[in-house]
Design a protein around this ligand. Structure first.
Ligand SMILES: Cc1cc2nc3c(=O)[nH]c(=O)nc-3n(C[C@H](O)[C@H](O)[C@H](O)COP(=O)(O)OP(=O)(O)OC[C@H]3O[C@@H](n4cnc5c(N)ncnc54)[C@H](O)[C@@H]3O)c2cc1C
Length: 306
């Protein structure tokens, strides 16, 4: 069987795209490893009609919407390789090999936490990275901002919207300029340049940050930096064009330098975003991909009828 499209990734971007493909009568296969980076959190926010639901419920509802359309299938596995084949693609997983005319990469970002002892015990419950996602829940609390680079001042400014009680940690990096230090001092925001040794607390609730010099700061939560792996090794065979920052070079609708290969959601932006933005983008890219196919088919049909 040759699918019209294989979607790699079953997050909001991939499932929203699948909904459009299903309703567009396309034979669609979603391949999803089921390891979204937001799985650590109990609630997702800011998506109209879904505010506060768990990531599992969100996905379950999205799958119900998507898989009710005949011709749409979900296969749980990890894509390991994508190869060009004739006019389309071969998509390989450890268990199976599939063929399609088009491929949509909606595989998000692979997230890695900083090497801070115990951070994983709190991440998603009282330690977060995105104020737009979880700032409201952390309002008026005493918060650690953990960031080793110049973006730390951006986080200070942003989080000042939700609380006045901020403690800055640069985790061993002397990244604050004298000017920035002065801004923080003027606003009575303490900053700590030492490396963080560990986090401590109970039942997912962060209570303190201890530094390598032994000093401990009591807090009620934190916003931390994270790393995002955007290598997408499964595309290594395709020689997809990237820019100097590793971002896919794409057109307005996610079209890459490889004909028939598209990207959507956070994979397209190479940067953390929001569920609603990823879903909207998945739908937009899917509509464009179908339009390309529909146009081609229409051209063929009009030749036949002459
Ligand atoms: C702690 C935390 C809290 C968050 N809270 C919110 C919030 O409250 N509100 C909000 O709007 N956003 C929130 N986000 C951000 C949100 O999760 C993302 O913006 C959104 O999930 C991105 O959607 P996506 O479809 O691009 O990628 P994802 O949702 O990450 O989905 C990608 C899917 O592709 C799969 N995949 C990856 N590689 C492969 C492969 N090789 N083969 C097969 N499958 C693969 C993954 O397992 C995953 O299932 C949060 C994120 C985190 C980390």
């Amino acid at each position: 069987m040759i699918y019209d499209v294989i979607i790699i990734g079953g997050g909001p971007a991939g499932l929203s795209a699948a909904l459009y493909f299903g309703r567009g009568l396309k034979k669609t296969l979603i391949i999803d490893e089921e390891k979204p980076r937001n799985i650590v959190t109990h609630e997702t926010h800011s998506y109209l009609t879904q505010d506060g639901v768990s990531p599992q419920t969100f996905r379950q509802r999205a799958k119900e919407d998507t898989l009710k359309y005949e011709g749409t299938t979900l296969f749980n596995d990890k894509v390991t390789e994508v190869k060009k084949h004739d006019d389309g693609f071969i998509v390989q997983t450890p268990a199976e090999r599939f063929q399609s005319k088009q491929v949509l990469v909606a595989s998000g970002l692979i997230e890695q936490l900083p090497a801070i002892k115990n951070i994983e015990s709190y991440y998603g419950q009282s330690v977060f990275y995105c104020p737009w996602c979880d700032g409201w829940e952390m309002r008026n609390k005493k918060l650690a901002i953990i960031n080793p680079d110049e973006r730390v001042m951006h986080m200070v400014t942003l989080l000042s919207n939700w609380t006045d009680k901020l403690e800055v940690f640069t985790d061993g990096h002397d990244s604050l300029t004298e000017e920035n230090k002065k801004v923080l001092e003027d606003k009575n925001i303490s900053y700590h340049l030492e490396k963080i040794a560990e986090m401590s607390g109970e039942n997912g609730q962060l209570q303190a940050v201890r530094m390598t010099n032994g000093e401990t700061v009591d807090v009620e939560g934190a916003f931390t930096y994270v790393y995002w792996n955007t290598k997408y090794e499964f595309l290594n065979n395709l020689d997809v064009e990237r820019d100097e920052n590793g971002r896919f070079v794409v057109g307005q609708f996610g079209e890459t330098s490889v004909k028939g290969l598209y990207v959507a959601g956070e994979a397209k932006d190479n940067f953390g975003s929001q569920l609603i933005a990823a879903a909207a983008n998945g739908g937009e890219v899917a509509r464009f991909m179908m339009m390309m196919e529909i146009q081609q088919e229409f051209n063929k049909k009009s030749i036949k009828t002459k």
